[in-house]
Design a protein around this ligand. Structure first.
Ligand code: HEM
Length: 482
């Protein structure tokens, strides 16, 4: 057996005293004095508490070195904290009620904003994740029908079959590169279901290379280099984007050449006619395809990686999951009809997404100077809704750093709705939420019926484009011999 002490899943840098301080801080002291008075406007409201970093650089170094630790530090300052990093002014928000304000109740006062747009322009400037206002509304309306329960449920069989094939390939006792294996799995499922295309290994590698190049160019120090200065990361990015563009062009050309009716997302994109009679231009089709290839695979595969990792470290959870598999499935694989009965599996997924939300933070920008939590928030600040940190806050979660799927056995009526929001919220919540939840449940049960996972080295989650667990090598034991 491995030394599991070095393989725990709690992050070590937060001490018990810090935990207590966070618990005791409470919400009241953390808001602006004028929070209760909605008539106090931008001009009269106080500025948020500010956490200064280094002169000129602000918290840029900490941002790149350990973004999660920077979040811990800011969270200790209060629920709304201003700071500078990467040449921008941010306001970090750690209060679920304020998250709900920004995403839902006052959603039309905030946009994705410059920071998100800058990032998205590296990949798909006209894709659904990025566009705003009327353009977003008409795109979302057009694409939403591809995600109805009836449509999504047709994909269950592919999700199960591919997971079964993956696990059946693993030799007993071997060490598998889990994150990479699950990344290939989720990309292939996404392509075969929503887009009805087969991405062979070579084409899949083009997408994954592009994902890696973007992560490097945005989260490495080279992102600080001036745009005119070519660095190894920017050169890799240019190459990867050219490869991705060729691939997308080929996929579209191949589809246009095929005869017969298609009823999938790619067909929706290619044949779309908006109510005013216009169609989607080639550039937007390209961006949309790229958006879905990216938004829909790294997120699900990292969540699945964390779920397997967590199960490996928590035998009592694994035991309860196995008991559910025996009761609900007996000796067969799951189907869509089993989904509602796989209640504990769903709690495992929910708890995984609480501890390790792949989209670890959301960004917004006010459309005009405003107040948030009683603090003046100017139109040029970037608001950072701190998903990861809110989901581990002791005010809303008992033993917040622990993996306890049973915490969801019952609803806690005192917990704010936005104490967990792994899929965002409001009109711009994740369009793929139902797809992802179904895939996670089906893949997890299909894998768990076949293998047990054993940790072989610690993980070190780092905030890149998604909350990246690293390679996550895991030893697999076939269940007959486990
Ligand atoms: C565990 C898996 C997933 C997680 C945690 C996740 C998380 C999120 C979050 C937090 C947002 C909101 C972003 C914001 O408000 O700024 C979002 C939006 C989005 N997601 Fe997901 N996602 C997942 C899977 C998927 C899948 C499978 C697809 C596609 C098949 C997808 C496509 C999208 C798209 C297109 C948007 C933008 C929606 C809009 O702005 O209208 N996601 N996702």
């Amino acid at each position: 057996m491995t030394d599991t002490d070095s393989l725990t899943d709690e992050r070590p840098h937060r001490t018990a005293a810090e935990e207590r301080a966070r618990d005791e801080r409470g919400t009241d002291t953390a808001r602006g004095e004028d929070a209760s008075d909605p008539t106090v406007g931008f001009d009269d409201a106080p500025s948020p508490p500010r956490d200064d970093g280094l002169p000129l650089l602000g918290h840029t170094v900490a941002w790149f070195r350990d973004g999660l630790a920077l979040g811990d530090r800011l969270q200790r300052r209060g629920d709304v904290v201003e700071y500078d990093a990467v040449g921008r002014q941010f306001v970090a928000v750690f209060d679920p009620e304020l998250v709900e304000e920004v995403l839902v109740t006052r959603g039309d006062e905030f946009q994705k904003g410059e920071f998100e747009t800058e990032f998205a322009s590296l990949l798909a400037p006209n894709g659904l994740v990025t566009v705003e206002d009327d353009e977003w509304r008409r795109q979302r309306r057009l694409l939403q029908p591809a995600f109805t329960p009836g449509r999504i449920e047709q994909f269950a069989e592919t999700m199960v079959d591919d997971a079964a094939a993956l696990a059946d390939d693993w030799a007993d006792g071997s060490v598998v590169p889990l994150r990479e294996a699950l990344s290939s799995y989720s990309l292939s499922v996404l392509a075969r279901t929503l887009l009805a295309i087969d991405l062979d290994a070579e084409r899949g590698a083009v997408v994954r290379e592009a994902a890696e190049a973007i992560a490097e160019v945005t989260t490495g120090v080279s992102s600080l280099a001036p745009e005119w200065l070519p660095t190894p990361a920017t050169r890799r990015y240019d190459r990867a984007m050219a490869g991705l563009d060729d691939l997308v062009a080929a996929l579209i050309a191949e589809r246009r050449e095929t005869t017969g009716e298609h009823d999938d997302l790619l067909a929706t994109l290619l044949d779309a006619t908006y109510p005013d009679g216009s169609t989607m231009d080639a550039e937007t089709v390209r961006d949309q395809l790229v958006t879905f290839l990216f938004a829909g695979h790294e997120t699900s595969s990292t969540a699945l990686t964390y779920a397997c990792w967590l199960l490996a470290g928590h035998p009592e959870v694994r035991e309860r999951l196995d008991a559910e598999l025996t009761t609900v499935l007996g000796d067969r694989d799951p189907t869509v009809a089993d989904l509602s009965a796989l209640q504990y599996t769903e709690q495992v997924v929910e708890e995984t997404l609480r501890l390790y939300p792949p989209v670890f933070t959301l960004y917004r920008q006010p459309v005009a100077d405003t107040t948030l939590g009683g603090y003046a928030t100017s139109a040029d600040t970037t608001i950072q809704l701190a998903t990861y940190h809110i989901q581990r806050d002791g005010r809303w979660w008992d033993a917040p750093e622990e993996f306890r799927p049973e915490r969801f056995d019952d609803d806690d009526p005192d917990r704010p709705d936005y104490a967990a929001f792994p899929f965002g919220g409001g009109p711009r919540h994740c369009i793929g939420m139902r797809f992802a939840t179904m895939e996670l449940k089906l893949a997890l049960t299909t894998l768990a019926r076949r293998v047990r996972f054993e940790r072989v080295e610690p993980i070190d989650p780092s905030p890149r484009v998604v909350l990246d667990p690293g390679e996550t090598p895991m030893r697999v034991w076939r269940r007959e011999s486990a």
